[in-house]
Every structure is written in C-alpha cells, then in structure tokens.
Design a protein around this ligand. Structure first.
Ligand code: PLP
Length: 408
C-alpha cells in the first residue's frame, strides 16, 4: 500500500507540474488526480473515494464507468466512429427522431458542446428573420445572471462582466433584462428583436429558476412582437428536473432549444433543436460541424435516452430528488447561514450568507465533490443514478462542510 500511495502521489505531482508548463492556465483545479470512476464515486490512484455530487458539471449523467455505456461505445468503436457529415450513417436520424419526440421541436442540428448549441440557436434566429426579409431583426434580449458559454456569440448573451470584459467588443445589440423585475421587460422586446434567450433555470448564475410571472411575460412578448424564443437547456434539460425540458414546467414554447452536458453522459455532445418554421430557413452550407453527430456521440445519446426512459431510473431520480430537497430544507432550519435552497429535480443551489469557496474545499476534505457558483451558492448536480441512500450519505458531509466553511 505504501509504495502504491507513493507512486500515486508522485503521479499527482508530476501531472500538476506538467500541466503548469503546457496547459493553458484558465482553470483553478482542485489539486487531485482522479484515475477511475465507479458509479457515483470518483477514485484517486491511492484509493481515496469521493462521492460525486457535481458529475463533471452536470455531464456524467449515468455516473462513472457505466457498464452499458462502456460496452456500447466499445462496440461502436469496433464498428465505426466517424464518417463526417459528408455522408449518412444510421444513428443521427434515430437520435434526432428521439429528441423531436421528447422536446416537441421538429429538427436537430448536432454539434459538440453547449456553447456551440447556443451559437447555432443565435445564428438561426437571425437566419430566420433574414429569410423573412426582416434583416433589421438582429437584436437579442438576454437576462442578468445568464451564462450561455464562452464562444463569442454565446459570450455576448452571457451577463457576467468577469467573463465578457477581456473579450470586448462582443456582438452588438444585446440587452439584458432582470428576470426578477419584469417592469421594464416589455420595452426591451420590440420589432428589432430576433430572439429572447434564457436558461429556464440559471445554472452558473446561482441556480435560479425563472419566475413564473417572467415566463408568462416572455411568452406574451414573443406573441406581441414575433420575437423567437431560445431556451438554453444545456444545464436544466435532458431530464435533469423530471420533464425532458424545464421550459415545459414553466409553460414556455421555445422555437429553438440548446442541449448538451447530460445528454452525452460524458461524450461531448451539443444539439440545437428547431421548430420546422425556423428550420425552413436553413439552406445547405449555412452551418456545419466536422464532428457533430458522429457515431460515437449518437451512440452515447441513445444509451443515455434508453436509461432515462427506464421507469426504474425515473422512479429512483424522483425519490432521490425528494430526499435531497427535503434534506436541504431541513438543513436550512438548522443552519442559519443557509439563506435559500433553490432548484428542481437533480439540480440544487444552496445560497449561503458567505462566500462558498471554503465550503467546496471543506466538502472535498470530507470526500464529497460539489462546486460553487455565483460566489455564495453551493451547487449540486449529481448523476441521475444517485439513490436516496447516496443523498443520505452526502447531506451530513455537506452540512459539516457548510459549518466548517462558515468558521474558516
Ligand atoms: N449554457 C448553459 C446553460 C451552461 O450551463 C453551459 C455550461 O456550463 C453552457 C451553455 C456552455 O456549455 P459548454 O461548456 O459545453 O460549451
């Protein structure tokens, strides 16, 4: 054991040193090297196990080293992985049909990340109006606290100056509305607006579900002006809250939807879903992606969707979610530093009366992986396979971490 531990910590040090030399330094990583996963656990080479309640920021929806996914990917790799979009392959149509049935939007464009899916939605909102001859309709209405990704278009509709500032100028004609104060909202949406874009639950902005009154105002503004509605469901969608899209819960009827994260269960996948009316504007050559919707990605999505459809998974997700929110709300009674518990299904935000970074570190020390958003919010994005027993294991660790973080 001694020599295994030494080898493993030597590896951890050398990985960190090598990265420091040759990897662009844009991440603040926790100093740990995970070498394996098992369901809801991540493991280091020296055998330390961590209960994973962040799942690679909402990506590892089936947990780690899922046997069905691993087998399907291996079989696919032995058959065919990639042909490009120059040719047909059997899986893209199957995935697109499955997503159309689940989202109610007719057509899919496949790409590789959430930001690309958002980018596609932004582009085709303009493409739609261009085709109508309304070339002045180029404006986007976004929301304060939004996060839509790091590419230039997605960044332009992302609110936080911290992300935007160093990369100015971004695309012009973006205005931001406050989702919690809709008094001025109607004035922002006009006949120059191409689209309104929102996350039905703002994820990076602090796990803030869009209020029902704001959702109603958005629908009314779209009906009044014809502006298209883009729902960015990269974090809130793909069944994380129960229904496939959280926009359905809010009564929204999007024209375009961005998907990513959980959908590929760890394989990079982004999808933009279109209504037929918007899709009709697309012409061959308008857009594209070399990797988008290749056989590897499509196989992973098919495995994910099959798991999501299983009544056992749906029942276990619902039970785990109920236990999670009941437990968090009970914790709020005991821990005065918890100001609010927000979220739905398997996305939760715990808003604290202090900066949440020390809580993340204290949870890590106790073997629980979580993260921080919006400075005071602890975010939980566990894999869809968690059980109520996993929740019972996580909550005492989280509570101890919040108490320790508050004392640090
Ligand atoms: N949209 C939302 C709502 C997100 O939460 C994210 C990532 O956190 C993105 C878009 C960007 O996705 P990606 O990092 O896959 O490009």
């Amino acid at each position: 054991m001694e020599s295994v531990m030494t080898t493993s910590s030597t590896l951890a040090t050398s990985v960190q040193e090598q990265e420091a030399q040759h990897v662009l330094q844009v991440y603040r990583r926790t100093p740990v090297v995970f070498e394996r996963g098992e369901g809801v656990y991540l493991l280091t080479g020296d055998g330390r196990r961590y209960l994973d309640f962040i799942s690679g920021v909402g990506v590892a929806s089936l947990g780690h080293a899922h046997a069905g996914l691993a087998d399907a990917i291996a079989t696919q790799a032995r058959t065919l992985l990639h042909t490009s979009n120059l040719f047909f392959h059997p899986l893209q149509a199957e995935v697109a049909t499955a997503l159309a049935a689940r989202t109610g939007l007719d057509r899919a464009f496949f790409c590789n990340s959430g930001a690309e899916a958002v980018e596609t939605c932004l582009k085709f909102a303009r493409r739609y109006w261009h085709t109508q001859g309304a070339t002045h309709r180029t404006k986007y209405v976004a929301f304060t606290h939004s996060f839509h990704g790091r590419t230039m278009g997605a960044l332009s509709v992302t609110w936080d100056e911290h992300y935007r500032g160093p990369f100015q100028p971004l695309i012009p004609q973006v205005v931001f509305a406050d989702p919690n104060d809709i008094s001025g909202f109607d004035a922002l949406v006009d006949d120059n607006t191409a689209a309104i874009i929102l996350e039905p639950i703002q994820g990076e902005g602090g796990v803030r579900p869009i209020p029902a009154a704001t959702a109603a105002a958005i629908e009314a503004a779209c009906a009044r002006t014809g502006a298209l509605l883009i729902c960015d469901e990269v974090q809130s969608g793909s069944g994380r809250t129960g229904p496939f899209l959280y926009s359905k819960t809010l009564g929204l009827t999007p024209d375009l939807v961005a998907l990513g994260k959980a959908l590929g269960a760890g394989v990079p996948v982004g999808v933009a879903m279109f209504t037929n009316a918007v899709a009709a504007a697309a012409k061959p050559g308008d857009h594209g992606s070399t990797y988008g919707g290749n056989l590897l990605a499509c196989r992973a999505v098919l495995v994910f969707l099959e798991a999501l459809d299983s009544p056992a998974v749906a029942a276990s997700m619902a039970a785990a979610s109920a236990r999670l929110f009941a437990g968090l709300n009970e914790m709020r009674q005991r821990v005065p530093a918890i100001r609010e518990v927000r979220g739905a299904g398997l996305i939760a935000g715990i808003d604290l009366s202090f900066e949440a970074t020390p809580v993340v570190a204290a949870a890590f020390e106790r073997g629980l992986l979580i993260n921080r958003t919006s400075s005071t919010v602890v975010r939980l994005l566990p894999p869809y396979i968690i059980t109520p027993a996993d929740v019972d294991a996580a909550l005492p660790l989280l509570e101890a971490a919040i108490v320790a973080g508050g004392n640090s």
